[in-house]
Design a protein around this ligand. Structure first.
Ligand SMILES: [Zn+2]
Length: 419
């Protein structure tokens, strides 16, 4: 909540709904942090007493939303051994830095889809560090031997150690057990439920074509999550796992590389979102760090992922931005996903909508954030230049000159330079 009303103006405004950009435009934020007006500055209403004014060159946009991050992992993949060697205070500060870097990059809301325990997530909700608005899944529900089951070759059971580090995993089998685990996650504060519908690129025991949870197990998760109004996000790469997830009625398919035209039609009909996470497949980085196996698997699925986006666009599936930050890129580079979406065939405007209005709907927050219009929470940013002309400029946090979250200025780099 901001204390004073705030008028922010810039060279142009992009509303996040796909509307034509408005030149020389502004947004008026009231003292409660809500947008009360947005439009051309020529039509700005009478300003309330004590109104602060910020005028910047560049483009005013809604705060972006990354619907798929992992704050508990710093970047470069889940290296369990490395995480276990970190003293907890170092780990806490590293996660705080990742949260701060994300909001400074213009990402004002994220979903964390696994590993971030409820205690660590409180860093974001209590304001202990600058952080995006956070919807936390706490853990990814996985079957035994599935994408979220990490037995060590040495045979050590890490459950207690993970618990100590607030590094959360959730392995369950059968409809009854997954129901119980879903209820436990919701009890512990999960605002979204993440499930492994297939194996993964980086897991030792299974691969992307392997089915994770059965249809019956996925159905039990979706039904249980719906009792508390939680959406289910399904990690699903191979075709059969995507089919199971869609049949079970999940809210979003994460990755979705093995999509078929038929499945895309079904997703469009049901309103299932696709979060293609092109970043993690394209920015896979160093095979020496992530391991040869994961590197080669990622390469193989990269092309399929691009084709899946084209199928989704053709069928009318709504696409949203998600990066898998932590497991690929380091935190704060999230908006590179927009450039990858444009490479896969989206227009820059559609990529921006994928990162704003559509991503807000993936989070179930479409009535509160994601667009610049009266009645929404004032999450907004200013970027230098014109991202409709060069969407890649958004990927550089240095090009984001202003970040406003819930009506409060959390980054204003121009002002810093003037001081
Ligand atoms: Zn992920």
């Amino acid at each position: 909540m901001s204390d004073k009303p705030l008028l922010i103006s810039a060279g142009q405004l992009v509303d996040g709904r796909g509307g034509a950009p408005v030149a020389d435009a502004g947004v008026l934020v009231d003292a409660t942090g809500m947008i009360s007006w947005a439009g051309p500055m020529a039509q700005v209403p009478h300003l309330p007493d004590g109104c602060q004014r910020v005028a910047l060159p560049g483009t005013l946009l809604p705060g972006f939303i990354d619907t798929h991050v992992h704050f508990a992992v710093p970047g470069g993949g889940l290296q369990v051994g490395k995480l276990l060697l970190q003293p907890p205070p170092v780990r806490v500060l590293q996660i705080a830095a990742s949260m701060a870097a994300t909001v400074q990059a213009g990402v004002t809301t994220v979903r964390d889809l696994g590993f971030l325990g409820p205690k660590l997530a409180m860093m974001a909700s209590t304001g202990a560090t600058p952080a995006p608005r956070l919807l936390n899944a706490i853990a990814m529900l996985s079957p035994t031997g599935g994408h979220g089951d990490f037995p060590l070759p040495a045979g050590v059971d890490l459950t207690d150690l993970f618990h100590l580090l607030d590094l959360t995993m959730s392995v369950a089998d059968g409809p009854d057990e997954v129901t119980k685990h879903t209820r436990q996650l919701m009890r512990d504060g999960a605002q979204v439920i993440k499930v492994a519908a297939t194996g993964g690129v980086s897991t030792p025991a299974d691969g992307p074509d392997d089915v994770g949870f059965s249809l019956a197990e996925l159905g039990a998760v979706v039904e249980t999550a719906s009792t508390r109004g939680r959406n289910v996000a399904a990690h699903a790469i191979g075709t059969q796992g995507i089919a199971n997830a869609v049949e079970a009625g999940v809210h979003s398919v994460e990755h979705g590389s093995g999509l078929t035209p038929e499945l895309a039609e079904r997703m469009a009909e049901q309103g299932t979102f696709l979060v293609p996470t092109l970043t993690v497949l394209n920015e896979t980085g160093d095979p020496a760090v992530m391991g040869q196996h994961a590197y080669q698997t990622a390469r193989r699925w990269r092309q399929a992922a691009g084709e899946a986006v084209a199928m989704a666009v053709k069928a009318g599936v709504r696409i949203a931005t998600g990066t898998d930050a932590g497991l690929g890129i380091t935190h704060g580079q999230n908006l590179i996903e927009l450039a990858h979406l444009v490479s896969a065939g989206l227009s820059p405007m559609d990529a921006i909508v994928a990162g704003t209005a559509a991503a807000a709907d993936v989070c179930g927050l479409g009535d509160q954030i994601g667009t610049l219009e009266p009645g929404k929470r004032a999450d907004l940013i200013v970027a230098v230049g014109d991202p409709l002309d060069d969407v890649k400029l958004l990927a550089d946090a240095g090009n984001i000159t202003l970040v406003v979250q819930d009506g409060r200025i959390v980054k204003h780099s121009m002002e810093t330079i003037q001081r």
